[in-house]
Design a protein around this ligand. Sequence first.
Ligand code: SAH
Ligand code: TMP
Length: 410
Amino acid sequence: MVSQNYICRISESSLMPFLDLGKQPLGNGFVVESDFTHEYFYSMMVGFSPESKMVQLLNQPNPELMFHSEYAFYSSTSVTMAQHFSDFFSSVMNSPYLSKDDPFVIELGCNDGIMLKHFAKRGIKHLGIEPSINVAKVANENGVNTISEFFSSKLAGDILTNFGKADVFLAANVMCHIPHIKDVALAVSSILKKTGVLIFEDPYLGDVIEKTSYDQIYDEHVFLFSAHSVKYLFNLYGMDLIDVQWQKTHGGSMRYTISHSGEYPISDNVINLLEKEKKIGLDKSGTFDSFRVNVERSKFELTNLLKKLKSEGKRICGYGATSKSTTILNYCGIGKETIDYICDITPIKQGKFSPGMHIPILPHKTFIENPPDYALLFAWNHAEEIMAKEKNFTDSGGKWIVHVPEVKIL
Ligand code: SAH
Ligand code: TMP
């Protein structure tokens, strides 16, 4: 690992680099053949701050390279996630945080409107902030009032002037994307009513460590949060972490509730999670050295298994062209000599090639019409939904390969 001195984005103290996943392209940067010669790559390394306890990328591509008018991730492709966000909506509606009188809800990174559409349908004053123009357009078409901009304290000032303060500020799988998160924390503190809350969820560091799900590390995920790091960050802006709730989405996520300090009691969930994190060592650098060893082992086992299957003449495809798969394929050096194609239901990905390794992305019907012997489940976080859908493949002898929490054939 390079000996350059990297600085924590939160505490501005030294970072301890612990993992180098090599040259990586954009996680959602699906390419056409004419892009092959000038594809964007960067060095993907991860560090831990002993001060803020924040795990973070050492370098991140510019947000404009990742979030634009052809953003490839549409939230509503998963039925399970649609249900999850409907439940999330209900939990906000049943919470004590929405004022009776003309409540106002903001969502950062609302994508195609998967959650905010429920508020919109009930006539609740809301605003989505979504810089990727193509998905923001779908949100607007779904009746969700959405502006297409990157969130910042400057934008928060404009929102304050035009809409007033918010009761609830929501964010799912987006806070961990934002390198200028301190500005976001400042902005949130200025835009929330005195009794208002920020409720956000992201893939949880504890699950990533426990399951060796290192594919949660990719360009968009500049941070991997824990209760320790989230508490540290928001304490800087006079806010408290008042509740946490584990979620099974994305292979294990944490929902954090934050308020202005002293407005609400701090729940036992927070105290217990902080204790648990200490026990499993999320506050100590040695934990991340062990994680690196597990990542290297996972790579060894996956590449060996695939080599063995190919030597037996088996046909293998990938299932789900996830941004997570970009990390796996490029770090493990797995290309089209091993994987014939990756099937995915997202139209914008189909007919393109996987970032970096250039495996063709084909529609789901290819999987039905031309099934492989083995399907490597890149969308392992949607396993339940996919297994139910692909019962025919499994019943007719098709095999699944997973790499989380360990490399195995199901
Ligand atoms: N909330 C959705 C989408 C997650 S993907 C879900 O959980 O499924 C992350 C989304 O955040 C993308 O749609 C991306 O365009 C958006 N995003 C990225 N940076 C942002 C920023 N600085 N401000 C607001 N949204 C952002
Ligand atoms: P995610 O893991 O980031 O949510 O991405 C899931 C990807 O998998 C997305 O490109 C859609 C794709 N997918 C399928 O192709 N079929 C499915 O049944 C599901 C649930 C997802």
